[in-house]
Design a protein around this ligand. Structure first.
Ligand SMILES: [Zn+2]
Ligand SMILES: [Zn+2]
Length: 334
């Protein structure tokens, strides 16, 4: 394990534990510094006990680097691996074992922190056969949403990566914004080129109930939309769920062949249980998605698996239990 690999793993573990505080940021910074420093320089500084003279390297990071340079697995990492496991219930485990992919995740192309390749390699390490790359659409400027041109370039990159990563497969996609009137933040021609489309509301979350219902139903009815992302938009403890008529929205999801996402981000866990139950009653399809913005967050699917098990989501209704070819056939039917 090189110093870079050791620190990458530390950052990965802190991410999966949803650590976003000072310590996590310090390790991200340290990783950047170590990446930019030649290994010979790290060795020279380690011999003189001067690693902490590097910007952003404190005592704990220095100990990890020294351990890695000696060819040892840093002890700190072993403790961290154990302490940051994502909890999975016995019932949830049945869902997690059935998952073959992840349909919603981000890369550095929008607001993620990892390259497409690291996301793919991590997804493969987690046992997945495929992932759908769903960076943001242009309206979400804060997240560097992808224009049609950038998206086309990304699709080319993905094709090249797929040659190298086979048999793992990256499917092309987007998390397209649902605009205020229910239209989408990319035209039909752009969306039609992608393997799978997640559509989500990111703006005007406080709209009145009726226009919000119409907005969501219109998006769900689009033949290009395959998954309705984090439907209530809630942020636990920070933002209430949006107001909409869930009977209309879930009936539309069932009718128009759009899956209801079970979003696994700890601050979202969306939809809340009663709504998830309602979607089950409506006979909806589902996807259990990490919505990961870093490699560690790809490990969040157990959060959604636990809830799916609690509510009794039929496993055969979960899209990402399908092999990629079957998933693509399902998408083609909508
Ligand atoms: Zn989103
Ligand atoms: Zn997302």
């Amino acid at each position: 394990m090189t110093p870079v690999e050791a620190l990458e793993r530390v950052v990965h573990c802190l991410d999966r534990a949803h650590e976003t505080g000072f310590k996590a940021k310090a390790f991200v910074r340290a990783l950047e510094v170590v990446r930019a420093t030649p290994i010979e320089e790290l060795q020279r500084l380690a011999r003189r006990d001067e690693l902490t003279t590097l910007d952003g390297i404190g005592d704990s990071t220095a100990a990890i680097i020294e351990g890695a340079l000696r060819g040892e697995r840093p002890a700190y990492l072993d403790g961290l691996e154990a302490a940051t496991q994502v909890p999975l219930t016995d019932d949830g485990a049945r869902y997690r074992q059935a998952l073959r992919g992840d349909l919603h995740l981000h890369s550095r192309w929008s607001d993620g922190s990892a390259t497409i390749e690291s996301m793919a390699r991590t997804a493969a390490d987690l046992g997945h056969e495929y992932m759908v790359l769903t960076d943001h659409s242009p309206r979400l400027t804060v997240a560097h949403g992808l224009s049609a041109e950038r998206l086309a370039r990304q699709v080319e990159d993905v094709a090249e990566l797929n040659v190298r990563l086979a048999p793992f497969r990256i499917l092309t996609g987007i998390e397209v914004d649902i605009l205020e009137d229910g239209t989408l933040d990319h035209g039909d021609a752009v969306l039609a080129e992608l393997d799978l489309v997640v559509a989500s509301v990111h703006s005007k979350l406080r709209m009145d109930r009726q226009p919000m219902t119409e907005r969501m139903v219109r998006a769900v009815a689009s033949p290009h939309v395959d998954v309705l992302g984090h439907c209530t938009g809630r942020m636990i403890g920070k933002r209430d769920p949006s107001a909409f008529d869930p009977d209309y929205v879930f009936a539309a999801c069932a009718t128009f062949h759009t899956a209801v996402e079970i979003n696994c981000r700890p601050e979202r866990l969306d939809p809340p249980r009663p709504l998830l139950q309602l979607a089950v009653d409506h006979g909806c399809w589902f996807s259990i998605d990490s919505d990961a913005h870093s490699t560690g967050q790809l490990e969040w699917q157990p959060h959604g698996c636990n809830r799916a098990a609690e509510v009794g989501v039929p496993l055969e209704r979960v899209l990402n239990t399908m092999p990629a070819a079957e998933l693509l056939r399902w998408v083609g039917r909508s």
